[in-house]
Design a protein around this ligand. Structure first.
Ligand code: SAM
Length: 268
């Protein structure tokens, strides 16, 4: 059951009213396979993308044997490591990795069609295109993306403490109904793991176009106690960050008249 009362969150020029709800969140016990509520498969994956999943994904896939060492996880040593959780169709992950060859990116996504789309973006092989004998990354890309094609909660325990410089959770499924609140990805269990695997000073970025999720995320992160919200004024969270790459869900939100917010939290 949830009980609610409202609280004003103040920081610099910012004033936001957050409903202070005690949620009926049930922690994941860490032993059974966690229950996943979204979609794993969608419309039929056609020839080019299914070939990419079969022939190319294994080259960049994270498995139980992957070594979480920034000298070894990617094709070359990297300066920093970032994780994007629920990368959807992969636009942000592919864009950030291209813009930052010095950073290694780990992307996690359960939805197979999304993973296939990311592979299409990074190899430049589109549906209907001629499939080369040997599939490689598109010209101008360094080999700095690794993909976990399953639920990130299954990977958390493999990631060492203080390993990541950045974590992105962009437009997570809002699960707006109260009775579905326990399904929201930004929750005490997941934040505890994210805080553990992030470096001090690292940035956790949560973007959402959902009113409820905005307050929910601010409250959950505050209650976690390992982060500070970096925003000092409206522009710091209502405007796209300088290094931003647009995502499919952001475009959908803008088209439907919803204004996204971009919440950056520094790990303390
Ligand atoms: C609403 S979509 C947003 C996709 C993308 N970030 C964007 O902005 O276009 C949320 C995505 O998170 C993925 N997701 C949800 N929970 C996940 C989990 N535990 N591990 C990995 N991916 C997850 C879903 O499969 C879905 O593709």
């Amino acid at each position: 059951m949830e009980t609610s009362n409202e609280k004003t969150f103040k920081q610099g020029d910012i004033k936001i009213t957050i409903s202070e709800k005690k949620s009926s969140f049930t922690p994941y016990n860490g032993y059974d396979k966690p229950k996943f509520y979204g979609r794993r498969k969608g419309r039929i994956i056609r020839k080019a993308k299914s070939t990419l999943l079969e022939a190319f994904l294994p080259k960049i896939k994270i498995t139980k044997d992957s070594v979480f060492d920034k000298e070894k996880l990617f094709a070359m040593p990297v300066e920093k490591v970032a994780l994007e959780i629920g990368f959807g169709d992969g636009q942000h992950l592919a864009g950030q990795a291209k813009n930052h060859p010095e950073i290694g990116f780990i992307g996690a996504e359960v939805f197979q069609n999304g993973v296939a789309n990311l592979l299409s973006l990074i190899t430049g092989i589109k549906e209907g295109a001629h499939l080369p004998e040997k599939i490689t990354l598109e010209d101008g890309r360094v080999d700095n993306i690794r993909v976990f094609d399953d639920d990130i909660r299954l990977l958390f325990q493999q990631i060492p403490d203080a390993f990541l410089d950045k974590v992105y959770i962009l437009f997570p499924d809002p699960w707006p109904k109260k009775r579905h609140a326990h399904r929201r990805f930004v929750n005490p269990d997941n934040l505890k793991e994210i805080a553990r695997i992030m470096k001090k000073g690292g940035i956790l970025r949560i973007a959402t176009d959902h009113k409820i999720y905005k307050g929910w995320a601010l409250r959950q992160v505050k209650e976690n106690g390992n982060f500070v919200w970096t925003a000092k004024c409206g522009n710091d969270w209502k405007k796209e960050p300088a290094d931003w790459v647009q995502t499919k869900y952001e475009l959908k939100a803008l088209k439907e008249g919803r204004r996204p917010v971009f919440l950056d939290f520094a790990k303390i």
